[in-house]
Ligand binder design. Structure first.
Ligand SMILES: *Cc1c(COP(=O)(O)O)cnc(C)c1O
Length: 466
């Protein structure tokens, strides 16, 4: 008996016919794909499957090479209706930020080099003055330091200012953000003893004052960014906590979470506390994220009193948590946009998307509807309907923004399985589309599909397979 494998073409013979694929992916990876497909064909033969013809084999090799050659971190269309989607990378960067980031990546840059003196510089100086200008009117006693994210900012601040001592926080503010960040856990890791005061729904001035003892290092307020306590509630305003802290000679730290630098109410958006307000109310240190409402790269910003910032920067954890040049480039360029408020919403994608007029979103949906109908077939109901977008990333949890969605309704009553197939088909497109299923229909919230991206979205619809 002859072995069936002798009927399969050789690796060399296949390589000769894959010049285009080798061009794209390289000889070695393509050889690996050939071996894998030949092994799969042999396995098929052993199980009684027919011998694949050479054309089919070549097509399978090309497909495998394209798939393994594709980056894992793939761009997607975020049509989930959540603008700052943590699982989809939060804020989109402004073009200026992208440009400076690319330049910093490509070329040596003055990251820790003082060009005036030719001596050693400090990477935080790239943004420290800019932050003092934007947040504290250029107050020379305000400085900043930048770390990997806001969780790191809180950890570092607590460890630097309160290690082995106590920090006072209201019970109503012991928040958990996305499971892994819980204020009590971060306190423990920072080697700070958490002193909880008040109750879940009510905390009073006297609770703070009475909690202060010889081991107290600071008072802290955590912005309850991802939930709201409503009803019989009482929180102590920042100014009052700051006064109590300062009377006892203690610093007051505010973890703001999102920390936009612009007045949301003036943009017609739900109001969101700013670091400017926190510092003006007497906070000595504020911490916030770079990639939430600020609209920049993933980073944690620690801004406040120069002497406290100096102490924070001396802590060895700072070296472990610091950010690289591309992050600082993106952050600097993002912050520079805030100097020009007139063009901010146009240039900063996060604000542009959050303030997009409903009519504009709905018009985009109407433009795309016929192409979607053609791609899915006449048996599907496809309509443009009102929906609500979320801001996301814990920012403004109870607020939502009116938006417009393309809504796909499958024929027939029992459509659950078909809906899941449709959702998977959109996810399977070359640039995956992420929508959501609600009320027995597949929704694509078009807030985050700007007119400039519509052509790219429509062009791939013909490849939907379900
Ligand atoms: C989001 C958030 C954090 C964590 O910030 P990351 O940048 O995601 O690490 C911490 N505190 C509050 C109040 C937040 O909203």
């Amino acid at each position: 008996m002859t072995s069936p494998r002798i009927h399969l073409p050789s690796v060399d013979r296949l390589l000769q016919q894959l010049a285009d694929t080798i061009d794209r992916h390289g000889r070695q990876p393509v050889t690996g794909c050939i071996r894998a497909e030949l092994a799969a064909a042999r396995e098929g033969l052993r199980h009684g499957l027919p011998l694949p013809d050479e054309g089919a084999l070549l097509a399978a090799i090309r497909r495998r090479a394209d798939e393994t050659g594709r980056a894992n971190l793939r761009p997607v269309f975020n049509l989930t209706g959540t603008v700052l989607h943590t699982n989809l990378g939060r804020a989109l960067l402004a073009e200026d930020a992208i440009a400076l980031m690319v330049e910093a990546a490509r070329s040596p840059c003055a990251l820790e080099y003082d060009l005036a003196s030719g001596g050693r510089g400090d990477r935080d100086d790239l943004v420290s003055e800019l932050l003092a200008e934007l947040i504290a009117g250029g107050d020379p006693n305000i400085a900043a330091t930048i770390v990997n994210n806001n969780a790191a900012a809180v950890l570092l601040t607590l460890n630097a200012l309160a290690q082995g001592k106590e920090a006072v926080v209201s019970r109503g503010e012991l928040v958990e953000i996305g499971g892994a960040f819980r204020v009590p856990d971060v306190m423990r890791r920072a080697q700070v003893k958490l002193v909880e005061i008040g109750t879940t729904n009510r905390t009073h001035d006297k609770d703070y004052a009475e909690a202060i003892g010889p081991k107290t290092a600071l008072l802290m307020k955590v912005h309850t960014s991802n939930y709201a306590v409503v009803g019989f509630t009482k929180v102590v305003e920042e100014k009052a906590i700051a006064d109590i802290a300062h009377a006892a000679g203690l610093p007051f730290v505010v973890d703001l979470g999102s920390g936009t630098l612009t007045d949301f109410a003036a943009l017609g958006l739900p109001a969101e506390p700013t670091p400017q307000q926190a510092l003006a109310a007497g906070a000595d240190i504020v911490t916030f994220s770079g990639d939430k409402l600020l609209g920049g790269p993933q980073a944690g910003l620690i801004v406040g009193r120069k002497d406290l910032i100096a102490k924070i920067k001396k802590n060895p954890l700072k070296r472990a948590l610091r950010v690289g040049k591309t992050t600082l480039a993106a952050l600097e360029a993002t912050l520079r946009l805030y100097r020009d408020p007139d063009r901010l919403t146009e240039r900063l994608p996060t604000l542009r998307l959050l303030t997009r007029p409903l009519a504009d979103i709905a018009a985009g949906a109407e433009r795309i509807r016929p192409a979607l109908q053609a791609a899915l077939g006449e048996q599907f109901g496809i309509s443009v309907e009102p929906c609500r977008s979320q801001i996301g990333s814990g920012a403004l949890p109870v607020e939502s923004l009116p938006s417009a969605a393309l809504v796909v309704r499958p024929p027939g009553k029992k459509s659950g399985k078909l809906l899941l197939n449709i959702e998977a088909a959109f996810r399977g497109l070359p640039m995956p589309v992420i929508g959501y299923i609600r009320d027995d229909a597949y929704h694509l919230d078009l807030r985050c599909l700007e007119a400039k991206d519509e052509a790219r979205f429509v062009a791939q619809l013909a490849q939907l397979k379900f």
